[in-house]
Write a protein that binds this ligand. Structure first.
Ligand code: BGP
Length: 490
């Protein structure tokens, strides 16, 4: 018998910036993610971007701020797949029907900020945008599916990036809170589970990759941007609770399990510090309401003098989250020694771990690492936990008869679900699981379509061409069985 509790929230996850599309419809304004993609600098989209505009610089809007002089109009020359996503905007009824067929109890999606506030600065929201999400939530509820809504998933309105320097500007706090408040008010009674910021820790973690040494200025900016996001998140938690005490508002951390590559004490220390900087720094502020003691060391390392007020501290204290959520794809092995072979990854580069298998994109397959992460977080915060992203980005082959066989994906999920089950048996308060990209969508890291995660195949290629037809893969029927048996039939 599995240990999944009754009412365990099984489902899938998406984000507007990679899935929704309809970028110039329904009164929506442009978002940063329409014109850039996050992730690695050598991804095809970033290469194009860098050729034209030079190097990007750090911003929590998934890594990049619009360079000086670039405007939305000139970007029309390029094909940016996030424009279209995989067209949830026109397929939402059909897609929700498919999620319901799989038996989803929960569906994670995000609200595009610039669909509600086209430039981010309007006093009142765009009614067509408000209506779009209302219809989506109603449809989900009609199928007995609980929406889980990410308020910010990298897609700051472009206007705020271009004209106000994005999250470098304290004024973004109030603009974000207005957006969040609108969501809580408009969707009261329809949505109960919210997440304030997706993978908020990426801002710091990203600085360790790109093959370049981030300088102090970049670190200072990143810590400051994060601080404004923490305050914005805490304020949103308070506003959300005031509007509806039923609301459950969580944080969302990019979860990577760090391992030391050797038993050299220097590696052990490095590993501890990686956990602190990349994982606990954000989680502690959002779950405990104050900066952890080790923050001082992190700030000193880069001469950070945070713009933080007493009022900010009070808001952080009073706006702690109700539950902890994270994404988990891989572990990362790190060392102070030279490494012969590096492992790639969306966020951090590390040494290749000889005990793991790797995906075509260099992500280490490590189900036990998931259990490790769950246990660490459970011990640290004593809050309910949800895994809101997990999955395998892989190539899919459509057979002549149109079927798609993806045993590797089923295998990936099976092994991870087994470890979740174990974690629950050991007392971890895991309440839900939403697999990433339950329907194929555009990759955040590379802008590709061929890196697919879905149970449902979408006929679209890297250039954005295709019929957009939806086809269940073998994993669709497998996951349906898993949900129906509450994790018994793997
Ligand atoms: C996380 C993001 C998602 C998602 C996922 C997979 O960092 O929250 O938006 O895309 O990673 O990454 P990728 O799309 O690069 O494979």
């Amino acid at each position: 018998m599995s240990h999944f509790p009754n009412g365990f929230l099984w489902g899938g996850a998406t984000a507007a910036n990679q899935y929704e599309g309809g970028w110039n419809e329904g009164g929506r304004g442009p978002a940063l993610t329409d014109v850039t993609t996050g992730g690695t600098v050598d991804s095809p989209r970033m290469v194009t971007w860098i050729d034209k505009y030079g190097s990007p610089h750090a911003s929590p809007s998934h890594g990049f701020t619009l360079p000086e002089g670039a405007s939305y109009a000139v970007l029309e020359d390029y094909y940016y797949p996030n424009h279209k996503g995989t067209d949830f905007y026109h397929h939402w009824k059909e897609d929700i029907g498919l999620f319901a067929e799989m038996g989803f109890k929960v569906f994670r999606m995000s609200i595009s900020w610039s669909r509600l506030f086209p430039n981010g600065i309007e006093e009142t929201p765009n009614p067509e945008g408000v209506e779009f999400y209302r219809n989506v939530f109603k449809e989900l509820k009609a199928h007995g599916i609980e929406p889980l809504v990410t308020i910010w998933h990298f897609d700051t309105p472009l206007y705020l990036e271009e004209k106000m320097k994005g999250w470098n500007n304290r004024d973004l706090i109030d603009l974000y809170v207005r957006f969040a408040q609108t969501c809580f008010e408009e969707y009261k009674g329809l949505v109960k589970y919210w997440l304030t910021f997706n993978e908020i820790n990426n801002t710091i973690m990203f600085l360790d990759m790109w093959g370049h040494e981030a300088d102090n200025e970049e670190f200072r900016a990143a810590y400051q941007q994060l601080h404004y996001q923490f305050v914005a998140s805490a304020k949103a938690v308070q506003v959300g609770h005031a509007i509806d005490p039923e609301n459950r508002i969580g944080c969302m951390i990019c979860g990577i399990t760090f391992y030391p590559a050797t038993c050299d004490p220097k590696d052990i220390m490095l590993n501890r510090h990686q956990w602190e900087k990349n994982i606990f720094y954000c989680g502690d502020v959002q779950c405990k309401g104050e900066y952890p003691v080790f923050s001082k060391r992190l700030w000193q390392e880069h001469d950070v003098e945070l713009d933080i007020t007493d009022e900010d501290r009070k808001i952080l204290k009073e706006g702690t989250v109700d539950y902890y959520t994270f994404s988990y794809y891989m572990s990362n092995t790190i060392t102070t020694h030279d490494v012969e072979e590096k492992a790639g990854g969306n966020n951090v580069e590390g040494a290749r771990n000889p005990y793991l298998r790797y995906s075509d994109w260099g992500w280490g397959f490590d189900p036990l690492g998931l259990r490790y992460f769950l246990e660490v977080i459970n011990d640290r915060y004593h809050k309910p936990i949800m895994i809101v992203e997990n999955g395998l980005g892989a190539y899919d082959i459509v057979e002549e008869d149109g079927s798609i066989h993806d045993p590797f994906r089923i295998d990936y999920y099976r092994e991870h679900i087994k470890e979740m089950d174990q974690a629950i048996a050991e007392g971890v308060d895991l309440i839900g699981y939403t697999t990433w990209g339950c329907i194929d969508l555009v990759s955040a890291g590379t802008g590709e379509m061929r890196k697919r995660y879905g149970f449902i195949y979408v006929d679209m290629d890297d250039k954005g061409e295709g019929t957009m037809k939806r086809t269940p893969k073998d994993s669709f029927y497998w996951y349906k069985k898993v949900i129906a048996s509450n994790g018994n039939d793997l």
